[in-house]
Design a binder for this molecule. Structure first.
Ligand SMILES: Nc1ncnc2c1ncn2[C@@H]1O[C@H](COP(=O)(O)OP(=O)(O)OP(=O)(O)O)[C@@H](O)[C@H]1O
Ligand SMILES: [Mg+2]
Length: 507
């Protein structure tokens, strides 16, 4: 049976946020937000980094308490004071940063629930029966004995979603679920969301990708600086109008100027082979070079060796054969510290895990990766001033260096790490997924900074799964597929379709 949404109809909305207000110290994260989510809808929630999206959802899920306001579920006021209350009210959440116990199996994670929800009744047998039923209803199979840390991101996310579904959630909240997914995985997730909707589930989807909003949502609400500035049926809006509602102005993407890179390569890689964490060959016989003043884009579906390539170039993973040269010196066996000294900086794809220490203040995080003399000798005052300037320049909000890094919104954490590495004035910048999780204003800003570096003669190796980003920024593009270079293109001689075929191994 198909259950259709019932806008303004007879049944009460699945959820009403009734004038929800929340402050964190001086930050007014949610300003009297009033918002109704119709049952059976896919309702998108968009807004700049720090607009208050995750906070509102954390209140719904009982992680935080609102300072004032009420939450109504099916028209009834609900006191949600913990995640177990939320789960008991049929609410499930897939967090921006997964909450899985990585060394444990899928089944154990599903039993546990982990966010304070109840352990599943009926034990393992009941769980396996539920998983079977879910696999039948939806295209949702998973190996219960697999260890979570061995699973690709797309499947880890599936475990997160299953945690809610095995507890019979009928309202699902997904916080930026596609930020970490490949295009194929994102398509599969959307197909699943449509199936869930068809069976009457209500879905709240937070995303920065307005194209996705237009593709899948029934309705969209825009948050700006903590306030809800509007809710629109999808048929009445478009990407440009949403962007303007989010930011309050038009966003202009920077254009890449035609410049001439030097002839001499700065980085030369020859016949490089690198193994992945499980010992399989991830990078197979890759040769490439990057010149000063040039952006070399590496396109590809995630998991085709780009991560291992970046790690090998950054001195974090040993190559099994082949060579890496920086100008004339062999850096095949250099340590990250050696590479720093040469002016090579690396912005890892998974920067929230590897590049920030959440319990520490922003100013302390600004010292990570600084050279030793810098780190030990500069006065706290200087660091504090530098950190404040960095936050201003990269629009990290709120621009307070004393704040715990973990208290920044997801996108603002991203901007902080990018700023810290870019401001080290690298000669060669290795960067993975530079705009993952940031809003469109910040994407335009980061693209401008990367193009500035290029104009200053920095050599940039850019790994991204976003084809429009690759096409907009790169002078040359290599496509990686199953660890090999499947093809090379010059800017202006290719398009998404062409690259897509190379990525799929068809061309
Ligand atoms: N635990 C906390 N302590 C202090 N401030 C916080 C805390 N959680 C969130 N904030 C602040 O509240 C504001 C809203 O943050 P929130 O995480 O809701 O933003 P968001 O819309 O989800 O952004 P993003 O798109 O970057 O994920 C931000 O200014 C953030 O720094
Ligand atoms: Mg968020």
């Amino acid at each position: 049976m198909r259950v259709h949404s019932d806008p303004g109809g007879t049944s009460p909305p699945a959820i009403v946020f009734d004038h929800i207000d929340k402050r964190f110290g001086a930050v007014h994260a949610n300003r009297s937000i009033h918002l109704a989510i119709a049952r059976g809808d896919i309702h998108a929630l968009v807004g700049e980094n720090g607009a208050g999206k995750s906070t509102l959802m954390s209140i719904l899920f009982g992680f935080y308490q609102a300072d004032s306001g009420r939450i109504l579920i099916d028209g009834q006021e609900s006191k949600i004071t913990s995640p177990s209350d939320a789960i008991a009210s049929g609410i499930g959440m897939v967090h921006q940063h997964f909450m899985l116990v990585e060394p444990m199996s899928v089944a154990d994670n599903l039993m546990l629930g982990h966010e304070g929800g109840f352990a599943l009744a009926g034990g393992r047998k009941a769980l396996l029966a539920k998983l079977d039923a879910l696999a039948r209803d939806y295209d949702l199979t998973i190996e219960p004995d697999a260890i979570v840390s061995d699973l690709p991101v797309g499947l880890q996310q599936r475990v997160e979603l299953l945690k809610s579904l095995v507890r019979d959630a009928d309202i699902l909240v997904l916080d930026e679920p596609t930020a970490v997914l490949t295009p194929g995985e994102a398509d599969r997730l959307f197909a699943l969301l449509r199936d869930l909707k068809a069976r009457g589930k209500t879905i709240i989807l937070i995303t920065h990708k307005l194209r996705e909003v237009m593709e899948i949502a029934d309705r969209v609400s825009v948050l700006r600086q903590g306030a809800c500035v509007g809710t629109y049926p999808i048929v009445d809006t478009n990407e440009a109008a949403l962007a303007e509602a989010m930011i309050g102005r038009r966003v202009h993407m920077p254009e890449r100027a035609d410049t001439l890179a030097d002839d001499e390569p700065l980085l030369t890689v020859e016949a490089l082979c690198v193994r992945d964490a499980r010992g399989g060959m991830a990078v197979k016989d890759v040769s490439l070079m990057v010149r000063p003043g040039e952006i070399l884009g590496i396109a590809g579906v995630a998991g085709n060796g780009q991560t291992e390539l970046l790690e090998a170039l950054a001195g974090l993973r040993a190559a099994t054969s082949g060579s890496i040269r920086f100008k004339n010196s062999d850096i095949s066996h250099a340590t990250p510290a050696d590479l720093h000294a040469l002016g090579i900086r690396h912005i890892p794809e998974d920067r929230l895990r590897y590049a920030l220490a959440y319990p520490f203040a922003v100013w302390e995080n600004c010292l990570i990766g600084a050279d030793d003399e810098q780190g030990s000798l500069i006065a706290r005052q200087t660091v504090m001033g530098d950190a404040a300037r960095l936050m201003q320049a990269y629009d990290v909000r709120p621009a307070d260096p004393l704040l715990r890094a973990g208290a920044l919104s997801g996108g603002n954490q991203q901007k902080l790490v990018l700023g810290r590495e870019i401001e080290q004035r690298p000669r060669l910048l290795l960067v993975g997924q530079p705009t993952r999780g940031v809003d469109i204003g910040a994407i335009a800003f980061i693209h401008r900074r990367l193009l500035d570096l290029r104009a200053q003669g920095v050599a940039i190796l850019l790994v991204s799964v976003e084809l429009d980003e690759i096409l907009r920024l790169s002078d040359r593009i290599l496509v990686m597929q199953e660890g090999r270079i499947a093809g090379e293109r010059r800017a202006g001689e290719t398009d998404e379709r062409d690259l897509g075929l190379l990525m799929a191994g068809i061309a």
